[in-house]
Design a protein around this ligand. Structure first.
Ligand code: NAD
Length: 352
């Protein structure tokens, strides 16, 4: 029998497909907006130019300075431009960093957001904003932070370089994996999560042979959207806690850290959630889920050790302390010893 559950739907408009970029102007108009502040980052000047051209006179200002972890100083600079240009909508072209900047502006002004994601982070479908000031990260959640419209353009996503595509895809996979054993798991989110696991698994499997193939990139982008909705809908567990500690306190790169840690957390949790791990393996078409994820990462030449990400071995004890001090709900009980062993294995990059 299905256990009781709570599900709350989120109000956004999603468009997914090929060659959607030319629709961006119509999507702004659909929101009843006419003055756009375009947001990008230095790596995305090319796609930014194209969107600026497509928006034509509707684009009244542009800010190319989005930065990782949404520093408040950067937001204040963009806020100045938003106010000076009297913009009533932001259009963000980029990954989680650019989406974070759009959300930070919406949190302060209520401005409408149209997001064109170029990575698989999934932030564009969550009402959560993480910001940094003076080296400290704070997180808040509000309906006003949730973007109004997301355009998932498969053509645009092909510009993402393969090494970033690999780590970003595993970042998305982690949202789906942890949703399946979340304390708030429910049948709707389970369906999204299993579809995401299977799409991302297929995308990663074929990425090396056909790195810029439309079908490969469509699988990854669709999986990322579904996984982002999982992240928005249910609580995450040990994996996300560890990645927040390793990113927040030790400065490790966001998506690469997810890539190294995920198979080890799956192995750690496997004895407490065998049925969930079996469903994930089934969706991937492999006999064992943690080994299957490890195989995909190695095959796609992704990072496999915390050592190669620059973490000092001496930091592992402190990371285990922080991860177990205020843990997220997790299927397997956390012990400092168990988490330290997991981190040690991830540091060395042994097979999970
Ligand atoms: P990112 O946006 O910084 O992108 C990663 C790198 O890829 C950057 O150097 C970027 O310039 C580059 N890049 C992106 N698209 C490119 C393209 N098409 N061509 C060339 N280079 C490209 O990182 P991310 O992993 O997408 O997002 C991470 C950030 O998002 C973190 O700050 C994280 O906390 C946040 N995040 C928030 C949520 C949420 O729900 N609030 C969810 C996921 C991630």
């Amino acid at each position: 029998m299905t256990a009781g559950f709570t599900y709350v739907g989120l109000p956004y408009r999603i468009r997914f497909g090929r060659d959607l970029l030319p629709e961006v102007d119509a999507e702004v108009a659909r929101l009843g907006r006419s003055r756009v502040l375009l947001l990008t980052s230095a790596d995305l000047a090319g796609p930014g130019d194209r969107v600026e051209e497509l928006l034509g006179p509707r684009c009244v200002a542009r800010f190319d300075g989005a930065a990782l972890h949404t520093p408040v100083g950067v937001t204040e600079e963009a806020l100045g431009l938003l106010q000076a240009s009297d913009a009533d909508c932001v259009v963000a072209v980029g990954g989680g960093s650019t989406t974070g900047l759009a959300k930070a502006l919406a949190a302060r002004t209520g401005v409408d957001q149209v997001i064109l994601p170029t990575t698989y982070a999934g932030s564009e479908v969550t009402p959560v904003l993480g910001e940094t000031a003076d080296g400290k990260k704070t997180t808040r959640s509000s309906p006003s932070i949730l973007p109004e419209t997301v355009l998932y353009d498969v053509e645009l996503s092909r510009g993402l370089p393969v090494p970033i595509a690999v780590t970003s895809a595993v970042n998305a996979l982690a949202h789906a994996v942890e949703a399946l054993y979340s304390a708030q798991a429910n049948p709707i989110v389970d369906g999204w999560a299993l579809d995401a696991v299977s799409a991302i698994g297929a995308g990663l499997e074929h990425l090396a042979a056909d790195p810029f193939g439309l079908d490969v990139r469509a699988d990854l982008l669709r999986g990322a959207w579904l996984a982002g909705m999982c992240l928005a809908s249910v609580g995450m567990g040990l994996h996300h806690k560890l990645c927040h500690v390793l990113g927040g306190s030790f400065g490790l790169p966001h998506a690469s850290t997810h890539t190294v840690v995920l198979p080890h957390v799956m192995r750690y949790n496997a004895p407490a959630a065998p049925a969930v791990l079996a469903r994930i393996a089934g969706a991937m078409g492999v006999p064992d889920a943690p080994s299957g994820v490890d195989y995909l990462v190695r095959r796609a030449d992704g990072p496999t050790s915390l050592r190669e990400l620059g973490l000092a071995f001496d930091a592992l004890g402190e990371a285990a302390d922080q991860a177990t001090a205020a843990p997220y709900p997790n299927p397997r009980t956390l012990t400092r010893e168990g988490v330290l062993e997991l981190l040690t294995r991830a540091w060395h990059g042994v097979r999970p």
